[in-house]
Design a protein around this ligand. Structure first.
Ligand code: SF4
Ligand code: FES
Length: 204
């Protein structure tokens, strides 16, 4: 991969051409917070926590670093008062859904986010899509998907596939930032799967 020069937080670094800003920062050992990004998955740009500022003066703008491509001499700032304020609000909104998520709590401490700022709507899933996309893109199984839309959107295991595949996989479980996925699986397992005398999971 050809390399290009960019500047991140005042430091000149060389990154791979064609990388996103997030990938470039990661390759240079610079951390940008992220919730919906995974190195094996197609960039999604859903959570917006990875926003950074690029450019200088009047041309400076906020971009979503996990989908924004690097270009020669790009100037990137990963922290500023404005960026931190936006991340704080995003985290406060997410904490209304999943107040006990350890991953969110760590980020909340870093950005001074108040978990009680917004009224609780404890859905526990923050719609990062990691589980759904991992199952689709990496495992090619589609055992878990989103159902409904807008505020009613939620993840659901597809019983016929999940009963057959998930027990031997569970690779998506540790990706979930809130542990909701595991809870949802235990529930569907109890409600929809039955176990035959041979120990084989079945939906009958
Ligand atoms: S269940 Fe977890 S991994 Fe799946 S979309 Fe919700 S928060 Fe993300
Ligand atoms: S990590 Fe970039 S939008 Fe979620």
């Amino acid at each position: 991969m050809n390399e290009i020069r960019i500047q991140i937080d005042g430091k000149e670094v060389r990154v791979g051409e064609g990388m996103t800003v997030l990938e470039g920062a990661q390759s240079a050992g610079i951390t940008i917070p992220k919730l919906c990004h995974h190195d094996k998955l197609v960039p999604f740009g859903g959570c917006r926590l990875c926003i950074v500022e690029v450019g200088n003066g009047v041309s400076a703008k906020l971009v979503v670093s996990c989908v924004y491509p690097v270009e020669e001499n790009l100037v990137v700032r990963t922290r500023s008062e404005k960026i931190d304020r936006i991340r704080k609000t995003i985290l406060e909104l997410l904490l209304a859904h999943a107040p006990n998520s350890p991953e969110l709590q760590v980020l909340a401490r870093e950005y001074g986010a108040d978990k009680d700022r917004f009224e609780k709507e404890a859905s526990f899933c923050i719609h990062c899509g990691l589980c759904v996309r991992y199952c689709n893109e990496v495992k090619k199984l589609n055992a878990v998907g989103f159902v409904d839309r807008g505020i009613r959107k939620e993840i659901a295991f597809i019983p016929g596939i999940a009963a057959r595949e998930c027990k031997n996989c569970m690779e998506c479980f540790p990706l979930c930032p809130t542990s909701y996925l595991q809870a949802a699986f235990v529930l569907i397992e109890a409600l929809a799967f039955s176990t035959t005398s041979s120990g084989t999971a079945s939906t009958e």
